[in-house]
Every structure is written in structure tokens, then in C-alpha cells.
Design a protein around this ligand. Structure first.
Ligand code: ZN
Ligand code: FE
Length: 252
């Protein structure tokens, strides 16, 4: 599995996946036609488009790419009216493949009501769209905080070595937020150095690894006593901590 990061719009990431044995080319969340098309020109084909959710900055390239390359578009069945050009409706926990690459659909509502992740177990890779970001999580638009919290918990249960490819480069802003409420976290301080150096080189902070996120991403650390203490919610359940953090982040 070869993954190419395609920066789109201001801070979006689309991803090209190339599977050599069967010469299968796929794109996850084509945010824009032109940058994706330029990358695809090297392959001269596009077999599949996979959409994590219906927002325009994840599907805007769908129709033009489909027309040009005759690609098939895969998305969650609940979004069949909202994902432009959708051909193949996916179900929660469904296992399917693009070429020789098997993946599982994980339903993770909260950001939108039809949001999914694509998990490639053998390759240790997950595409999380706007649900789990590097050092952050997505805004809760269509679901409840409870939905988002349980969706993040689903992702937390993946193997520690899972590489996370998310929909946006929000790492630096997320870092600043994590540092504000978790300042004594040594892993976070170490991570800060690599984020700052990546940003100086203009290189993506993607992929991040689940094990690292569990130690540094405050939205995955709602059980941590120091985080609870920073919010003055020492005795609150994790879900309440999550809700508080999400509200604070919305206003950050
Ligand atoms: Zn979105
Ligand atoms: Fe987005």
C-alpha cells in the first residue's frame, strides 16, 4: 500500500492509495479536483473514491474525477443522498476491498450523522476524516457529544501501532489547546518539538500513530487525573470531561 498525501484547499488532506499488484488507484476524500487530478495523472487512472463524510471539503472533487476516470464512489449508506455521485453503499462493520487491500468500515457519528472511518488492518492504517485529528477531534455538528465520545472510543480500541490519516492539518492549533490544559505532559512537550519542526519544513504532521495520540491528544485522555484537575472536574465521568473539552475547544 502506497499512500500519497495531497494537500488541498487551506488545510485539507486528500489521500491517494496505490496498490501495485492489481494496479488499483483510489482516493480518500477528494477535497478538490485539480490537485487530485494532477497526482492521478502519474497513474493515468482512478478506480475508487472513498468518502468519510458528506462535507464539501471532502467530496468536492467527486463528480469531476468520476467523470474523467470513470471511478466508483463508495460512501456510507446513511449519506446516499448527500455524497455526490455515490455508487456503492457501505454498512457499519462491512469488510470490503479496493484491489487487494481489504478494509473495514467503522461507523463513527458525531461530526456528521453518517461519518465513517476506513480501517486497513493488515497495513495498520486508518483514515479518520474529521473525527480524530492529530492532537484533536472534529467539531460536533450533527450528532451529540455522546456520539462523538463513543466514536472516539471505537478508534481508541484499534491496535496501538495504527497509523492515523485525518482530513485536516490542524495539528499546531490542536497542540496549543492540549498544552493549555495538559501542560505538564512530557510526551506532549516532546510532540510539540516535532510539530514545530514539521511546520517549519512545511511537512505534514500526518500520519500520527495511535499510541502517541493516546499519550498526547487531550480528547483521548479524558480519564487522566491531571486533565480532570485542570478543568476543576476531578469527580466527573469521562464523557463530561470530553464535553467540557469540546466546548472549550470550540471557543479556543
Ligand atoms: Zn467535515
Ligand atoms: Fe473537513
Amino acid at each position: 500500500m502506497q499512500i500519497k498525501v495531497i494537500p488541498c484547499l487551506n488545510d485539507n488532506y486528500s489521500y491517494l492509495i496505490f496498490e501495485k499488484e492489481t494496479n488499483t488507484v483510489s482516493i480518500i476524500d477528494p477535497a478538490e479536483y485539480i490537485p487530485c487530478e494532477q497526482e492521478l495523472a502519474k497513474y493515468g487512472k482512478l478506480d475508487f473514491i472513498l468518502n468519510t463524510h458528506h462535507h464539501f471539503d471532502h467530496v468536492d472533487g467527486n463528480l469531476k474525477l468520476k467523470k474523467k476516470f470513470d471511478a466508483k464512489i463508495l460512501g456510507f449508506h446513511l449519506d446516499k443522498k448527500r455524497i455526490p455521485g455515490i455508487d456503492i453503499l457501505l454498512e457499519d462493520n462491512q469488510e470490503t476491498s479496493i484491489g487487494n487491500l481489504k478494509f473495514k468500515v467503522i461507523f463513527i457519528p458525531g461530526h456528521t450523522s453518517g461519518h465513517v472511518a476506513f480501517y486497513f488492518k493488515k497495513e495498520n492504517v486508518v483514515f479518520t476524516g474529521d473525527t480524530l485529528f492529530s492532537l484533536g477531534c472534529g467539531r460536533v455538528f450533527e450528532g451529540t457529544h455522546k456520539d462523538m465520545f463513543s466514536s472516539l472510543n471505537k478508534l481508541k480500541r484499534l491496535p496501538l501501532e495504527t497509523k492515523i490519516y485525518c482530513g485536516h492539518e490542524y495539528t499546531k492549533k490542536n497542540l496549543d489547546f492540549c498544552l493549555k490544559y495538559d501542560p505538564s505532559n512530557l510526551d506532549l512537550q516532546k510532540k510539540a518539538k516535532s510539530v514545530i519542526s514539521n511546520n517549519a519544513k512545511k511537512s505534514p504532521n500526518i500520519p500520527t500513530v495511535l499510541e502517541e495520540e493516546l499519550k498526547t491528544n487531550i480528547f483521548l485522555r479524558c480519564c487522566d487525573f491531571k486533565v480532570k484537575e485542570a478543568l476543576n472536574l476531578q469527580h466527573s465521568p469521562e464523557e463530561e470531561i470530553f464535553t467540557k473539552l469540546r466546548d472549550l475547544k470550540d471557543a479556543f
